[in-house]
Write a protein that binds this ligand. Structure first.
Ligand code: FE2
Length: 259
């Protein structure tokens, strides 16, 4: 089984690159399942019901989120209808139980979950490690073969510590949030790991944001709106191969397509 995990989709240019590339990438890489981080898909912050549906109809099976999960308030209205949305367990604003999904495929049971780190992320309620301990406690009775974790975190060390500590359970840990793809994808024992998958968002931008506006905000500390860059997007993802008989991952490979 091949799983394509797509990094943070940022704004319209990120959504456009999904629409134009995903169909052929799925064919080329013999992809059985697609998971994407969609927490920046609506104008850089959050997701809307309309965008959720368009990403699903473009071929994404499950959408994970991050610190911006609740940035668009309509998410709470449509939460029950977004059946394949997975929100961070330890987001301060979480009210529903959709922080995990059991994915069944040819006898395999994979528990997909989403965890926030509290390092430089104010929306996290507690650290990533205690959050995953709770997820394990709450979902163990469902008997998943392993956990697939989207670890939404800023600090690199947080992510490596996470997989080292939880490698008995979390056989896939993919980092998201920084929007910059790291070249450290590897198997750690029988676990697939990458510090950050990178983004699908404007290549000529500051992690997806308009360059001029980023200078005004960062250098001159002037107030601005949040403007997503419209420049053509880079596409970043990983392909994780799962051996269905062994019930664990056997390889991880990066994809990065620049405009
Ligand atoms: Fe984020």
């Amino acid at each position: 089984m091949n799983i394509l995990f797509i990094g943070d989709i940022v704004g319209k240019s990120g959504r456009d690159v999904i629409s134009s590339l995903l169909y052929s990438l799925k064919k080329e890489n013999k992809i059985d399942l697609v998971i994407a981080n969609g927490e920046n898909s609506a104008h850089g912050k959050g997701i809307t019901y309309k965008i959720y549906n368009s990403l699903i109809s473009d071929g994404i099976d499950y959408i994970t989120m991050g610190n911006h999960t609740y940035s668009k308030s309509e998410i709470n209205t449509y939460m029950d209808d977004m059946r394949n949305l997975v929100v961070p367990y330890n987001h301060k604003l979480r009210t529903t139980d959709n922080y995990y999904k059991i994915i069944e495929y040819k006898g395999l049971r994979i528990c997909l979950t989403n965890i926030l780190s509290d390092v430089l992320i104010g929306e996290a309620d507690g650290d990533a490690y205690e959050a995953f301990e709770k997820v394990l406690e709450n979902t163990r009775h469902l008997n998943p073969d392993f956990y697939f974790v989207d670890l939404h975190a800023e600090a690199t060390a947080t992510k490596r510590v996470f997989i080292e500590h939880f490698k008995e359970y979390a056989k896939v840990v993919v980092g998201t949030h920084t929007h910059v793809q790291t070249a450290d994808e590897r198997m750690i024992g029988d676990c697939a790991f990458i510090t950050d998958v990178g983004m699908c968002g404007s290549y000529d931008s500051v992690i997806g944001r308009d360059i001029e506006e980023s200078i005004i905000t960062n250098v001159y500390h002037d107030k601005t709106h949040f403007t997503v860059s419209n420049a053509p997007a880079i596409f970043c993802a990983v392909v994780i191969e799962i051996d269905e008989k062994l019930k664990k991952p056997v390889s991880i490979r990066r994809i990065q397509i620049r405009p």
